[in-house]
Design a protein around this ligand. Structure first.
Ligand code: PLP
Length: 239
């Protein structure tokens, strides 16, 4: 994908997000765009930065570090979120490079993030990933365990960890109703927890990818995570 394509795609996606905001009767600018650069080269990230994009997402810590250690030094405005399932032994490297971990799916992971952040005296945002679709495997599956994790943070047991909201992935399906249901479930769960934990700022609803972000915006998404529509198809063998 060349520089012009990334720029053109970014503009298209941003215009389409604005349309979806409008269609949903939501204020313009209420949905943030996270550009998912996994499996794409550092140059594509730099092209996107030159086109005005600052917020990026990566799945795998090793790949993220390889790409973003350099990018973040060169472009201090660039910000990275980790969005993929995170193994405990990768947390140290992850908290070094990112500002938010969106894929928090267990209490143990929160404790590990706390420990690593304390070491380097850094606070980090997290999103609680909730399992809302039949096919997705990641995220908290039981509401009770999600609640327990939110409670843990609310009790200030992880002072370097700042809960900022929720993330989900809809099932991979052509069935729009199933996708609506999945996003609706995250919104309703977030509303319930926001009410029960008013002292936490759980504003972010990270939901929607290239194939389903319009539905996500209709369901109240505040952040869409878009890869393919910006950077093109991923070439997995290259990564
Ligand atoms: C890869 C990925 C995305 C982006 O998916 P596209 O379909 O390429 O837009 C979003 N969220 C997560 C968690 C991902 O792993």
């Amino acid at each position: 994908m060349n520089t012009t394509d990334v720029k053109t795609n970014l503009e298209k996606v941003k215009a389409s997000i604005r349309d979806a905001e409008l269609a949903a009767g939501r204020p313009e600018g209420s949905v943030k765009l996270l550009a998912v650069s996994k499996f794409h080269p550092e140059q594509s990230v730099i092209d996107a930065i030159h086109a005005g994009q600052t917020l990026f997402g990566e799945n795998r810590v090793q790949e993220a570090c390889r790409k973003f250690e350099n990018v973040c030094t060169q472009y201090p405005a660039a910000e990275l979120h980790i969005i993929g399932t995170l193994q405990k032994n990768k947390v140290g490297r992850a908290v070094n490079i990112c500002t938010c971990i969106e894929s928090v799916d267990s209490l143990e992971l929160i404790s590990t993030i706390e420990k690593q952040c304390e070491k380097i005296n850094k606070t980090i945002k997290i999103l609680f990933e909730y399992h809302t679709g039949e096919e997705s495997k990641s995220g908290f599956t039981a509401y009770e365990s999600l609640l327990e994790a939110v409670q843990f943070c609310s009790d200030s047991k992880a002072p370097h960890v700042i809960p900022a909201g929720f993330m989900t992935m809809a099932p991979f399906t052509q069935d729009d109703n199933a996708i609506h249901e999945s996003f609706c479930k995250l919104r309703e769960t977030s509303e319930r927890l926001r009410k029960d934990f008013p002292q936490l700022k759980l504003d972010t609803l990270s939901m929607g990818m290239s194939g389903d972000y319009r539905i996500a915006i209709a369901e109240g998404s505040t952040e869409v995570r878009i890869g393919t529509a910006i950077f093109g198809e991923r070439e997995y063998q290259k990564a």
